[in-house]
Design a protein around this ligand. Structure first.
Ligand SMILES: N[C@@H](CCC(=O)N[C@@H](CS)C(=O)NCC(=O)O)C(=O)O
Length: 215
């Protein structure tokens, strides 16, 4: 294998990177790290990514890159004809703007919504409920923002093809679905999700994650 190795776990932000690699047509190897078993905190994995997190992308020259927006940007830049990122500076910045926004939303909303007790000091049912409600409100506001951005366009950047911005928006939408947020008020984001879900790289990445999760 002369391509990069992606270290990921099913249904995490590593899925965004897997989609980018597949949509870019970059030959790569996918290695699943078992987070439940704590593999990401073992010395073997910490030697690859000292942050003890997935995703990480090991390049053929041995360098390891982390942070999923950066890894998507790498895939886009490594396959410039893939259309995953515009070539003009403003378009590139706009794509990265959505990618880093998606990282911020996922990084700040999912943890408190999923495990509010970790964020409550001291913990009580009331503080946990308030923390969770605040996180879900943040996620709902992010979905509204994406819905507004899709007005009059099929893809987030307004071009004829998908980009890393679409991957990020659908990662956030996926989190919204996971927490049962209502989508009936989000027709454009729902239609975008259908278009996105039909992309070959998205389908292959989902199947790969499902197989790794034993589903
Ligand atoms: N900022 C990182 C966040 C990576 C991250 O939070 N990864 C999660 C899975 S989505 C993880 O490895 N969690 C295990 C842990 O932090 O111990 C990125 O965007 O790639």
């Amino acid at each position: 294998m002369s391509g990069p190795v992606l270290f990921t776990a099913p249904f995490t932000s590593g899925n965004a990177v897997l989609i980018a690699l597949l949509e870019a047509g970059i030959p790569h190897e996918t290695r699943y790290v078992n987070l439940r078993a704590g593999e990401h905190k073992r010395p073997e994995f910490l030697a690859i990514n000292p942050k003890g997190q997935v995703p990480a992308l090991q390049l053929p020259d041995g360098r390891v890159l982390t942070e999923h927006p950066a890894l998507m940007a790498w895939a886009a830049a490594a396959a410039p004809d893939s259309g995953l990122m515009p070539a003009d500076p403003a378009g590139m910045a706009e794509a990265l703007q959505w990618a880093t926004w998606g990282g911020w939303v996922l990084g700040t909303a999912i943890g408190p919504a999923y495990a509010p007790a970790r964020y409550a000091e001291p913990s009580s049912p009331e503080t946990e409920a308030a923390i969770r409600a605040r996180a879900l409100a943040k996620l709902a506001a992010a979905l509204d923002l994406a819905e507004a951005a899709l007005e009059g366009r099929d893809w987030v950047l307004g071009g004829a093809r998908r980009s890393i911005a679409d991957i990020s928006v659908q990662m956030v939408a996926g989190a919204g679905r996971m927490f049962g947020l209502p989508f009936d008020r989000l027709p454009r984001l729902s239609a975008h999700g259908e278009r996105f879900g039909a992309l070959p790289g998205v389908q292959a990445a989902r199947e790969s994650d499902k197989a790794a999760a034993g589903q």
